[in-house]
Design a binder for this molecule. Structure first.
Ligand SMILES: Nc1ncnc2c1ncn2[C@@H]1O[C@H](COP(=O)(O)OP(=O)(O)O)[C@@H](O)[C@H]1O
Ligand SMILES: [Mg+2]
Length: 442
């Protein structure tokens, strides 16, 4: 069974964090989840340039973790039950929300990311009586410095991992453990252990960030009974939390780190080239150029669906990396820039247009103007989110009213039944009592 494949590209802009807010950081990325647009403004004042990109979906601080799941992973979970293999990548600079999107805060239900939500959706579906048998297995692989590591077993006990082809020509990771799981709770326990094993290194950007690529895979086998027999389907879902996309030079990396970054970039660059080669249908797809792409060869190039979640920070401090992430995401999407590079003139009161020299007050004014622009868009987005919440509340109220009217109806029926029962009892009593009062005819 074949279905059209394609790369869905979504962008998620994280909110300014408390440190950035305190530091009065200028936000330069605005996003519209209504128009699915992200706009990056580079430079302040008359020399600023505006880049607008359109994607399949755009999420921002008003998008909940559940909404991100519903609009990205939920359709892929359905595909897994059709026997397809799908892959989701989180791509972006360190500290922009890749791990938050993938795993999230696994102990806080509202903050859980797409991995626990996908597991929940899979186990929920498997409760359907149409599935006579099923099994779910998970594996968690880390690619660090182009070396492979099994995150589900202790390093001391781990087998040497190797990428090779099985007898059918399928690329597999030889030695990687797969654990059977029967509930989301079990998966969360596995995630907690894996988190502890993830290698983290300290850089100037974010000391908790990981510079490894993490590939969480879920294999689902389901057997369904139909009139003419049984159907067995095997689907797979790969959820990949990529290493930070920043270059070595922006992270203050030194000697050993530099080698690390080059390797990480090699995997990321190869992934980008694979995606564009697939889109352009070129003769040679460079799967073999990195471990990550070789492993995901089947998921990327077969009849599978790919979703890239590009994560961004709105801060001016991340401008270069944000533009590079947007361009990477755009290449994966294959879309033209909506307004490739519009030139926007802004000028402070009394400042001559066009000479481009910025001094003291003019700069402050431009920054204020930029903050105001950001706040206006945030305001629009907040209103739209509020509108969606209002709709949800209205639907819930409607359902509550319906339930109330049903309760009223049931209460009336209950009263009626009680009255009838009482009347019946009284009639019976009379019938029993009657003979005792019957005067003797003797
Ligand atoms: N969309 C978001 N909403 C709220 N907090 C976020 C969001 N994205 C990221 N964060 C927070 O920002 C910090 C960095 O996110 P993280 O996922 O670790 O980044 P990355 O994995 O890309 O390095 C974390 O504290 C995380 O909770
Ligand atoms: Mg991370």
């Amino acid at each position: 069974m074949a279905e059209s494949s394609g790369v869905q590209v979504v962008v998620r802009v994280r909110p300014l964090n408390s440190k950035e807010k305190q530091g009065n950081t200028v936000p330069i990325v605005s996003s519209s989840s209504q128009r699915n647009e992200v706009t990056l403004i580079r430079g302040l004042g008359p020399k600023s340039t505006k880049h607008t990109f359109t994607f399949d979906k755009v999420f921002n601080e008003f998008t909940s973790q559940q909404e991100v799941f519903e609009q990205t992973l939920a359709p892929l979970v359905t595909d897994v039950f059709k026997g397809f293999e799908s892959t989701v990548f989180a791509y972006g600079q360190t500290g922009t929300g890749k791990t938050y999107t993938m795993e999230g805060e696994i102990d806080i239900p509202n903050e859980a990311g797409v991995i626990p939500r996908s597991c929940e959706a899979i186990f929920q579906r498997l409760t359907d009586s149409r599935y006579s048998e099923s099994s779910v297995r998970v594996s968690y692989l880390e690619i660090y410095n182009e070396e492979l590591c099994d995150l589900l077993v202790d390093t001391a006990k781990a087998a040497a991992l190797k990428i090779c082809e099985d007898v059918s020509g399928k690329v597999v990771c030889y030695g990687l453990s797969e654990f059977p799981v029967t509930s989301t709770t079990e998966v969360l326990e596995i995630l907690r252990h894996a988190q502890a094993r993830r290698r983290v290194g300290e850089t100037k950007m974010n000391k908790f960030s990981s510079r490894s690529h993490c590939l969480f895979s879920l294999s689902v086998t389901s057997k369904e009974v139909v009139d003419s027999g049984r159907i067995e389907r095997r689907g797979k879902l790969h959820l990949v939390d990529l290493a930070g996309s920043e270059c070595a030079k922006t992270t203050g990396a030194e000697a050993g780190r530099l080698r690390e970054s080059q390797n990480i970039n090699k995997s990321l660059l190869t992934l980008g080239r694979v995606i564009t080669s697939l889109r352009d249908k070129t003769a040679r797809i460079p799967y073999r150029d990195s471990k990550l792409t070789r492993l995901l060869q089947e998921a990327l190039g077969g009849h599978s669906k790919t979703c890239v979640i590009a994560t961004l920070s709105p801060s001016i401090m991340c401008a270069d990396e944000t533009l590079s992430t947007l361009k990477y995401a755009e290449a994966a999407h294959g879309l033209e820039n909506k307004a490739a590079q519009a030139f926007v003139r802004m000028s402070a009161f009394g400042e001559p247009m066009g000479d481009g020299t910025e001094i003291g007050d003019a700069r402050t004014f431009s920054e204020m103007e930029q903050r105001m622009h950001y706040m206006e868009i945030q305001c629009e987005e907040a209103q739209a989110a509020l509108g969606r919440k209002h709709e949800e509340v209205a639907t819930m109220l409607e359902r509550a009213e319906l339930a109330e009217s049903k309760i009223d109806g049931l209460a009336t029926s209950l009263n009626l039944a009680e009255t009838q029962l009482r009347e019946q009892r009284e009639a019976n009593d009379i019938m029993v009592v009657m003979p005792a009062f019957k005067p003797s005819t003797v």
